[in-house]
Design a protein. Structure first.
Length: 56
């Protein structure tokens, strides 16, 4: 798997797990992505945001 693909999968998965935390009594969490310019960090965050927004 390409490294950028892994980042996108992680953001996408996190967006779907987030709403389950409260009913399960689990604490929230966060990720800090770092990398060189143009490595896909913003694109990955956008994928997660859009997937969460479409469910609401």
């Amino acid at each position: 798997m390409h490294r950028q693909s892994g980042t996108i999968v992680c953001c996408f998965s996190t967006a779907f797990v987030a709403p389950l935390l409260e009913p399960l009594g689990a604490e929230g969490f966060g990720f800090h992505y770092q990398g060189k310019s143009s490595s896909g960090k913003s694109a990955a965050a956008y994928v997660g945001f859009v997937s969460l927004r479409q469910r609401q």
